[in-house]
Write a protein that binds this ligand. Sequence first.
Ligand code: HEC
Length: 102
Amino acid sequence: MAQTISYSKDVYPLIKTKCLKCHEQDDENPNSFSMDNYVLTRTSGKTKNMILPGDGANSYLILKLMPIPPKGAQMPMFSKKKLREDEIGLIRKWIDQGAKDN
Ligand code: HEC
């Protein structure tokens, strides 16, 4: 059976180290996308296709991790340490598996 990706064990730790600095709900960064927890990750942000459960490849969250995203800069912004392919793969798989609160 394929490996099940866990939000709390696999996805959140990555977000915490690479994204939360700029994507916490209470900071003053010029974006409205907060990833402090599962609910915010699923509901905040300006973009409708942010997370498409079952379709990681077309989810805006994944597209923003690519070298040339549809809009704006590659995330994490200003960082020389972009996510590795296997790290992006983990987040994509989590979305492919339904983006569950697991
Ligand atoms: C140094 C600050 C910084 C870091 C670190 C950062 N971001 Fe961002 N992010 C921004 C800013 C500023 C914007 C708004 C501009 C844009 O969309 O390009 C943004 C926008 C986004 C958007 C689009 C939000 C929307 O509502 O359309 C997504 C998705 C995103 N970031 C994901 C991430 C992920 C995932 C990480 C971690 C891997 C990350 N960001 C790390 C600053 C950051």
